[in-house]
Write a protein that binds this ligand. Structure first.
Ligand SMILES: Cc1ncc(COP(=O)(O)O)c(C=O)c1O
Length: 390
């Protein structure tokens, strides 16, 4: 058999490796507290689950959906207007996705050609680079450095790279660094994209997980944004619907229509009960969003203060469901620390290197366990002694 060269740039995902370690430990009866993958454990509110169950009980809802139901598109447009003050044309500026991951994996196929340059943050959520790689894109990394508050510095992008670039992916609140971006960043981003005619994708997966009474908006709210790009949004974290797989690509009409065209040849639309659950989520009582935010905020405080007390110092994130923590000085690599952490304390976290070489020196902890498990994780790390110099 011959296989595609395209796959040579993909190794086994770190999350698969970590899942195997987890399974082996569980099979051996050893304790595991998994803070690696960002899989939310806060379920959708009752009214969302009820809408899903009712729609799933209706035999008519098992046909191919083919396209987005008008009531879903209206619900999304209403949500963007109420929540972000952004007006969207439901017919031309919104495309549903089978989770934003699916859209991020496919969109480059509809906007770039083989060999085109794509600007991607570093470190970054892996699909930001992997999607363009599937499409044959050449990746140029825009570093997000701690000394710049993890903000991309447009002045560091060489002129010849900017001129060749066709697409760029940007995302704040940021996974894994947890950074947020000020308004001036988005103004600069839009001016840069306009100057070099680059399509922008802004991933806004964490806009509702902003803590300490602060909030953030939408890229599409900035003048000129719709002319240069699209925003991705997701119901996975905001409404706890990760397994139901629903997200959206919104904004620039041409980009949305190219993605719709590609998807119309790839899938037959989203399971109707999920579309109906999303309508319930977006148009129903929004207090569940605040409840979820508060739950993550409490977990953040418990985790950061707990580890701080036992000598592992990390900054409290202002947003997202993650903590981006420096590895103890006596470890050479994040991978080495992660392996020791799981072996000696039974705590699984993601090595920063999984997000690209620029993530080295850090690990990402996901706030996906309840408070009792977080306290157990702190106690287990303390007892393991791995924070002390060997
Ligand atoms: C930044 C970012 N974008 C997208 C996703 C994928 O979300 P979805 O469940 O909508 O595919 C994640 C998931 O962790 C994420 O962290």
């Amino acid at each position: 058999m011959k296989f595609s060269r395209r796959m040579d740039c993909f190794g086994e995902g770190i999350f698969t490796t970590l899942a195997e370690i987890r399974s082996k430990r569980i099979a051996a009866g050893e304790p595991v507290i998994d803070l690696s993958i960002g899989a939310p454990n806060i379920p959708p509110a009752d009214h969302i689950r009820k809408a899903l169950c009712e729609a799933a009980a209706d035999e008519k809802n098992y046909v191919y959906a083919i396209s987005d139901r008008p009531e879903l598109l209206e619900a999304v447009a209403g949500w963007y207007d109420r929540r972000y003050g952004v007006k969207l044309n439901p017919e031309t500026e919104i495309c549903s996705l089978l989770g934003s991951q699916e859209g991020l994996a496919h969109i480059a196929l509809s906007v770039i050609d083989e060999g085109d340059m794509v600007l991607v943050p570093a470190p970054c959520y892996p699909i930001f680079g992997d999607g363009p790689k599937i499409a044959g894109g050449r990746i140029w990394h825009m570093e997000q450095k701690k000394e710049n508050d993890y903000l991309i510095q447009f002045s560091e992008i060489p002129e010849e790279v900017a001129r060749k670039a066709r697409l760029m992916v940007v995302s704040y609140p940021n996974n894994p660094t947890t950074a947020m971006a000020p308004d001036s960043f988005y103004e600069e981003l839009i001016a840069f994209a306009r100057k070099y005619d680059i399509i922008v994708i802004h991933d806004n997966a964490y806009s509702e997980l902003v803590f300490d009474g602060a909030s953030c908006g939408s890229f599409l709210n900035f003048p000129g944004a719709k002319e240069v790009g699209v925003e991705f949004n997701s119901l996975s974290k905001t409404y706890g619907m990760a397994g139901a797989r629903i997200g959206f690509c919104l904004g620039n009409e041409q980009v949305v229509s190219r993605l719709k065209l590609l998807k119309s040849n790839m899938d037959y639309g989203m399971f109707l009960p999920i579309q109906m659950a999303a309508v319930a989520a977006l148009t129903g009582d929004q207090s569940c969003v605040e409840t979820t935010r508060k739950a993550y905020e409490r977990r953040r405080d418990l985790l950061c203060e707990g580890f701080d007390r036992i000598g592992w110092h990390m900054e409290k994130p202002k947003a997202t469901m993650f903590v981006w923590a420096p590895i103890p000085e006596h470890y050479a690599t994040s991978q080495e620390f992660v392996m020791d952490l799981v072996e000696k304390a039974g705590v699984i976290v993601t090595p920063g290197s999984a997000f690209g070489a620029c993530g080295e020196g850090f690990v990402r902890l996901a706030l996906v366990q309840d408070e009792e498990a977080i306290e157990r994780a702190v106690a287990a790390v303390d007892q393991s002694g791995i924070l002390k110099k060997r």
